[in-house]
Design a protein around this ligand. Structure first.
Ligand SMILES: [Fe+2]
Length: 182
């Protein structure tokens, strides 16, 4: 059980740190009136797209939510909300992708949009993590069996998130660079 919960928290942290890094770069460059390092912004975006959005959230939906519901039908509202939150995150992801592309093409309005979107997205991702912990994980720790947790740990563990397992700045930078070729 502990390992699965740690993995969830590590991945939520990696997602929010990456969004914060993206926001910081955007804000700094807007303030200085200089173009950002678009390659780095693309790298940060690519991580969020490939890991938290394409792999981790779907893994929660496939391996955690159904078993929570099987064990406690009373968690339906909380699980529905968590699924809705994941869909909302995908909406932020799409808008951020578009704004980044426009910024890189030279649209002067797109830079501020990137900064605002990254800020909204990270606030929402944090809220989602808090509510999911409060309303879904709190039920899971009460009703899931050791075998359930074992299956969830295996499923979550199959997603090799390069930032969630990174320790410190240099490690994260190397992990992001390594994504370039993948
Ligand atoms: Fe989630």
């Amino acid at each position: 059980m502990q390992r699965a919960i740690e993995m969830m928290h590590d991945r939520q942290r990696a997602m929010t740190s990456t969004l914060l890094a993206l926001r910081t770069i955007a804000r700094k460059n807007l303030k200085a009136g200089t173009p950002p390092d678009f390659a780095q912004l693309r790298r940060l975006f690519r991580y969020i797209e490939r890991f938290p959005q394409k792999l981790h959230q779907p893994a929660e939906e496939k391996h955690l939510f159904p078993v929570v519901l099987r064990r406690d039908a009373g968690a339906e509202r909380a699980v529905k909300r968590a699924r809705r939150d994941h869909a909302t995150c995908l909406g932020y992801l799409d808008r951020l992708r578009a704004a980044l592309a426009y910024w890189e093409k030279g649209d002067p309005n797109a830079g501020p949009q990137v900064a605002v979107l990254a800020d909204d997205y990270v606030r929402f991702a944090r809220l989602h993590a808090r509510i999911e912990t409060r309303d879904v994980l709190s039920v899971a720790v009460k009703v899931l069996s050791e075998q359930d947790w074992h299956t969830i740990e295996q499923a979550f563990g199959a997603v090799d998130d390069p930032l969630a397992r990174s320790k410190g700045r240099a490690d994260c930078a190397a992990a992001l660079q390594a994504l370039d070729g993948r």
